[in-house]
Design a protein around this ligand. Structure first.
Ligand code: C2E
Ligand code: MG
Ligand code: MG
Ligand code: MG
Length: 283
């Protein structure tokens, strides 16, 4: 009887968890080990002021190099980190790492440089998030005014009051907030008005569409117009060619990032890349 129950248990396990979930559990263990072994690292994609074609900041992007040398993209492991709760530790490490990198860039003379950091909604909602953020700022000496947190639209949609209060707390620290992937899922535009955000990031999908069809630029246009009306900064992400950059600029989008300007760079390359391109004023 015990034996059949055990078998039943096993049957239940495989049936209900499925291949997909077992793969997730395997990834979860691999990620936990990889994080502990120092396999995660950040790369930094420059952000550009279109009018002068100069960088003003960078976005920190997470990478995972496994022992076999393969690179796992964040889209494949962030969800697992969220699901397992590991995102709290990883996210805190990202905050601290990105602040430290900002300080190295500043030490090289780029004093107006800003650092944008992606924050998962699980991390954002964590009761100790504010503490983690302020500790990262204090320990690194990074000026809050040079730090921007990127949250996605989906975070922005749930539990308005909790979100509004959290954004206000972050703003009180002096840190800026951008809504990432903007345009991909907002249900209520009037709600946006109630949020203390500083910047909208036009999702890459809408930037790609700009050159794709006759009416391809309509969503980008709408976001730019919305940002202007709400007094928000606007940045386009995923700009891959010159025509996109020019159309965006003509539509009134002042800032951009994308492969046209630079790929995400490891720290040493970021400093090298910035070396010749930033404002002389800063050096
Ligand atoms: P995201 O924050 O929207 O980041 C933009 C993504 O577009 C990055 O992918 C970047 O490498 C890519 N990208 C930039 N320019 C171009 C371009 O011109 N063309 C194309 N095709 N792609 C471009 P990545 O690095 O794979 O990151 C994917 C997503 O993973 C990010 O989307 C973000 O949501 C998440 N992520 C990355 N790092 C972190 C992190 O530290 N914490 C959290 N919570 N999420 C992160
Ligand atoms: Mg982002
Ligand atoms: Mg994005
Ligand atoms: Mg994204």
């Amino acid at each position: 009887r015990a034996k059949s129950q055990r078998r039943g248990g096993h049957f239940f396990f495989t049936r209900c968890m499925g291949i997909e979930t077992r793969e997730r559990v395997r990834m979860m263990h691999a990620l936990r080990g990889g994080f502990a072994r120092g396999e995660l690292f950040l790369v930094y994609q420059p952000q550009i002021d279109l009018a002068v074609r100069r960088p003003f900041g960078a976005e920190a992007l997470l990478r995972w190099r496994t022992p076999d040398g393969s690179l796992v993209p964040p889209d494949r492991f962030i969800a697992i980190a969220e699901y397992s709760g590991l995102i709290i530790e990883i996210g805190e490490w990202v905050l601290r790492q990105a602040c430290a990198e900002l300080m190295r860039v500043r030490a090289a003379g780029h004093l107006d440089f800003t650092m944008s950091i992606n924050v998962s909604q699980v991390q954002f909602r964590h009761p100790h998030f504010l503490e983690m953020l302020s500790r990262a700022l204090e320990d690194s000496g990074a000026p809050p005014a040079c730090i921007e947190l990127e949250i996605t639209e989906s975070v922005a949609m749930e539990e308005p009051d909790v979100l509004i209060e959290r954004l206000a707390q972050i703003k009180r620290l002096g840190v800026s907030i951008a809504i990432d992937d903007f345009g991909t899922g907002f249900s209520s535009l009037s709600y946006l008005q109630r949020l203390q955000v500083d910047r909208l990031k036009i999702d890459r999908a809408f930037v790609t569409e700009i050159t794709g069809s006759a009416r391809g630029s309509s969503i980008a246009e709408m976001v730019i117009e919305l940002g202007r009306n709400l007094g928000l900064s606007i940045i386009a992400e995923g700009v891959e060619d010159e025509r996109q950059a020019q159309i965006l600029q003509s539509l009134g989008c002042p800032l951009a990032q994308g492969f046209l300007f630079a790929r995400p760079l490891p720290p040493a390359q970021l400093l090298e890349w910035l070396g010749g391109t930033t404002d002389a004023r800063a050096t």
